[in-house]
Design a protein around this ligand. Structure first.
Ligand code: AHR
Length: 656
């Protein structure tokens, strides 16, 4: 027994030794760029899934602020011991069809103190010393009720409070705001509104925002989440999805016009992810559209990304109702697309340009591309797309059209759409792949043989799924992220074919998700990037301007012996950037020979991302898998270095 164990150990050490001596020689030809890299190559895909918008990046803390959820009191609890019949009434008015309900509080009907408590979106993240801005719309005939506003911790202790008495009377709605400071940090706070005095008060849009929103905008976005996006320097942001574009049925499709203008006039709908997965039901998931199309454009501008809106093409989600708009009734949908371009780019003489200006952005948003349909497929999609394309090309020939190649990156549906979209000469074909890490590793050469003359590819949604697509067990671990890093060398190498790429989905709340894996995870107080985020960020922040050839033992490097590589030139900063993945459980000695006419700086910046395959980042340990930077030294024009097991490397070499 002992002898065979020793023999086993000896054989293993011989194997490891063989690997330890394994050496690969790479040649990089920096003098012959082979393709331009689109400046907006690496971007982000935004969808309101996993509490991405409401309960996520949209910083509103009150859930169901306008009582429009199917259950008007969802998220609210009535407080008080002797609440009289009719003390809280939900009224439905005619003159506000987008926000018909409001709350009537009648304190004359109750013997004691009455109040309302809001639970927030899985609680409210509250920070000590921070200012909180509370606001309401109200209406009354006589002043009589004082409002006591409180934030309480998970045990009910007050951690911030204020009070005021609405004074204005009359039939018009009035807005009133007060601010107060939180005395303690609490991840699961709740909000209470006590009503003191006698009277009748109508309330709507009961709202609470922290002061520290992105750019300190009132009613704005969570700064930590936006910062993570900005740090990626994304080339584009696709919004608003995803399947929410389609809706489970057409009535609940995403309609951009209902998401602009004053927030109290934006028509709330159920979020399709509310009921999509039986194993992850999220009954309180709605879209208030506080984050609407104006805010999406503004976000794009803030983070330096090209806006890429995707619109419904007259088809509801084909996994759900698959409702179709008859072809001769598509006008409204097409008009929405034309009007959206006017909203983004139109001058102030246009109705939509005026609305944009009234919302605070007289300058155009410079929209350059538009998606028609999300994951739609079949001849019905092609017929509808043709109608859109004709109208868009006629009115706005400069706008690039992004079209869907369905849900899968291969198979009959894909083949059909791929052929049809090329026939139609769309500008971008949107490909989606949620596949296993092995798929990513074995498909790194996917784009090597693509037609160079046809439409560009938008790798619009991808992620390595360690369990199964739409399963709950997918992990954002290094196993998934390194497979994506390997695959993306093939995307970068083919930058003449692939014009844009984005991981999906973007955000997930640790207590409110429906889909895994996701690029960025948050709780009510913190946000962190996954290993997958680190990979995307490294590509986006080292994208270069031109692809240059890199060969290993004289071949393009696409997974031979577990090695993947691509190389780019950054003409703006005169740098050669090499990306290499060693997907082996042993180290490899790499010899990188750079062919260039000029000389090279000897100090090379080396960025290393490496971890155990199962390792992940977490709220408690957000930087466990994150890049480490050091310097390596070039010998003349050759870099001798070791590539650690399961590692992703970037070498940045300055040209003189
Ligand atoms: O990213 C999650 C979902 O995956 C998107 O909504 C949809 O487009 C795809 O099926």
């Amino acid at each position: 027994m002992m002898r065979s164990k020793l023999l086993g150990a000896f054989i293993l050490s011989c194997i490891l030794n063989v690997h330890a001596q394994e050496k690969k020689t790479f040649t990089i030809d920096a003098s012959h760029p082979i393709a331009d890299i689109s400046p907006n190559m690496w971007g982000v895909f935004f969808e309101d899934i996993n509490l991405g918008a409401d309960g996520g990046i949209y910083a509103e803390l009150i859930k169901n602020r306008s009582f429009e959820f199917a259950d008007p009191f969802m998220g609210w609890k009535k407080l008080g011991e002797n609440i009289g019949e009719g003390a809280f009434l939900v009224l439905n008015r005619k003159d506000k069809p987008n926000n018909p309900r409001f709350l009537r509080v009648n304190t004359n009907l109750s013997a004691g103190k009455v109040g309302l408590r809001n639970e927030g979106f899985r609680g409210m993240g509250v920070k000590q010393g921070l200012r909180y801005d509370f606001s309401i719309l109200y209406k009354q005939s006589t002043p009589g009720i004082t409002l006591h506003v409180q934030l309480v911790d998970s045990l009910g202790a007050i951690i911030g409070e204020s009070n005021f008495r609405p004074e204005k009377t009359g039939v018009d709605w009035q807005k009133q705001q007060i601010s107060f400071q939180a005395t303690r940090t609490e991840p699961k706070a709740k909000f209470i509104l006590w009503f003191e005095g006698k009277g009748v008060l109508d309330l709507d849009m009961i709202s609470l925002f922290p002061e520290d929103t992105w750019k300190k905008r009132p009613g704005g976005l969570r700064a930590d989440m936006v910062q993570l996006l900005a740090d990626m320097k994304p080339g584009f942001i696709r919004f608003p999805g995803g399947c929410i574009v389609e809706g489970r049925d057409l009535a609940n499709r995403f309609q951009w016009k209902k998401t602009v203008g004053p927030v109290e006039d934006r028509k709330l709908i159920i979020n399709r992810w509310n009921t999509e997965f039986k194993h992850r039901l999220t009954p309180d998931y709605y879209q208030t559209f506080g984050l609407g199309f104006f805010e999406y454009f503004q976000l794009a501008e803030d983070i330096g990304a090209e806006p890429l809106p995707i619109l419904n093409c007259g088809m509801a989600c084909q996994f759900n109702t698959a409702e179709l708009v008859p072809l001769d009734e598509l006008d409204e949908y097409v008009q929405d697309a034309l009007d959206l371009i006017a909203f983004a780019n139109g001058d102030l003489s246009t109705k939509w340009g005026q609305l944009r200006a009234a919302m605070g952005h007289p300058q155009p948003f410079n929209l350059k591309m538009l998606g028609v349909g999300n994951e739609n497929w079949g001849p019905q999609y092609i017929e509808r797309l043709e109608v859109f394309k004709k109208a868009l090309n006629a009115h706005y020939p400069e706008i690039k059209i992004v079209a869907s190649s369905g849900t899968d990156p291969e198979g009959e549906r894909f083949e059909f759409l791929n052929k049809e979209l090329r026939r139609l000469q769309v500008d971008f074909i949107d490909e989606h792949y949620y596949r296993s890490p092995d798929w990513f590793l074995t498909h790194a050469n996917r784009y090597d043989a693509y037609d160079r003359q046809g439409p560009k590819i938008f790798a619009g949604e991808y992620a390595a799924h360690t369990d199964r697509t739409a399963g709950t067990g997918n992990r954002n671990n290094w196993k998934a992220a390194i497979a994506e890093a390997a695959f993306l060398t093939g995307v970068e190498r083919n930058a003449d074919v692939v014009g844009m790429a984005s991981y999906a989905p973007l955000f997930a709340h640790v207590d409110g998700w429906q889909w895994t894996p996701d690029l960025i995870w948050v709780d009510n107080l913190q946000a962190y990037g996954t290993p997958n985020y680190q990979v995307q960020k490294l590509y986006a922040t080292n994208k270069g301007t031109d692809v240059i050839p890199i060969r290993m033992e004289n071949e393009a490097v696409s997974g031979q012996q577990g090695v993947y590589a691509s190389a780019v030139l950054d003409q703006k900063i005169n740098e050669v950037i090499i990306k290499v993945v060693n997907h082996n459980d042993y180290a490899i000695d790499g010899s990188f020979k750079i062919q260039t006419k000029g000389s090279l700086a000897q100090d090379v910046e080396h960025v290393l991302l490496a971890a155990g395959l199962e390792e992940e980042n977490t709220i408690q340990d957000p930087n466990r898998v994150s890049p480490k930077i050091d310097q390596v030294v070039l010998q003349g024009k050759t870099l001798e270095t070791q590539l650690a097991p399961y590692s992703f490397h970037i070498f940045k070499i300055k040209m003189r």
